[in-house]
Design a protein around this ligand. Sequence first.
Ligand SMILES: C[S@@+](CC[C@H](N)C(=O)[O-])C[C@H]1O[C@@H](n2cnc3c(N)ncnc32)[C@H](O)[C@@H]1O
Length: 213
Amino acid sequence: MSHDTPGPEHPAEFWDARYGASERVWSGRPNAALVRETAGLTPGRALDLGCGEGADAIWLAGEGWRVVAVDVSRVALERAGTHAEQAGVAGLIRWERHDLAESFPTGSFDLVSAHFLHSPVGMPREQILRDAAAAVAPGGVLLVVGHAGWPSWNPQPQPDVHFPTSSEVYASLGLPASAWELLVSAEHEQEVTDPEGHAATRTNNTLKIRRLP
Ligand SMILES: C[S@@+](CC[C@H](N)C(=O)[O-])C[C@H]1O[C@@H](n2cnc3c(N)ncnc32)[C@H](O)[C@@H]1O
């Protein structure tokens, strides 16, 4: 999507400035889709791509997962590390700084999670998600949750931006159907608040696939 193609700014500079502008950017709660879609999975090794301030990684660690959590922003990673200490799960999470356009964590994982891995600068999302699929261990799950459109209070700020459907994300991974099982490909409307604190909605989509053992 054009929203995620390279722009004039470097992603680390952009995201460090974004996180540095306030003490907390996100809610501190795990994403609802993560909680919903990991119910019933046996905790093992998890990889969280674009972990931000760490809420998902911390929640996974609390559920018994050993987590590698990745972000391009040092500011976000430092904040996430502090939150993990406060939550008593620091020993279960390894924080790694990567520009995922340039480098990717080593290892294979029982869960690879990418929640709202969107960026207005310098992010080849399709390539990163193909690397994410390659990092899934046999029997493991890839969970990609993204926005399906703009929020209700600001329906079309950039008409040229295309948010891919979960089917488009799946097709872009180029995976052999014989080696993967499609578990979820769906849209969900989420209740959010607009910048003035009023109730609003945003539609997200979920792709959940499993590499066959
Ligand atoms: C929209 S935020 C989502 C954060 C978190 N996953 C969540 O659901 O709240 C996107 C995250 O991706 C990170 N990011 C953007 N471009 C990146 C890149 N090239 N490499 C690694 N992380 C990146 C940003 O720093 C940011 O934390």
